[in-house]
Design a protein around this ligand. Sequence first.
Ligand code: SF4
Length: 177
Amino acid sequence: MIDKYPIKLLIGTDYPILEKIRCAENLFHVYGMEILSDRTIQSLLETYRQAIQQSWMQMKMIGLVTECTDCAVNDGGSCCGRGIEDRFDVVLLLINLLMGCRLPLSPWNETGCWFLGEQGCVIPARHVICVNYICKRLGSKLEKKGLRLLQEKIVLETDAGFALEESIKKWLRNKGL
Ligand code: SF4
């Protein structure tokens, strides 16, 4: 099953999202337990999980989550628009599966990102473009000190995500994939 996917699919983004999800699911099915038992990956995964949690806590604390919900519900905000999912590669999708998340097999809303659900984003490991984006409204409405602290947490999150992705890619390459 895995053989049918070329190595560039593991790294590149030039395939339809559903194909990349299927590939990530196959990898998870075949290698998931083995990957999760790798000590280095275990530790990087835990660091990443904690960094994501810290970012979310800070986002809630400074009122960003409330502001984004209000924008989406009352002002037709469309940050999580259709097509952003195309930036995901198979390894990032695999990380979401390793974190216990199930990936949707169809979008909830045709005009939104594939990973946008009724209550917002449904995946823990988001693309760096999602994590980094602070729109003008947030920039002007939220307190500067809180935003600065959030940006520090975001750097920790994206650094941790990058280290984990690289480690998993290396693991897969060692398997000859
Ligand atoms: S935050 Fe989630 S739903 Fe929004 S664009 Fe990123 S992956 Fe998609």
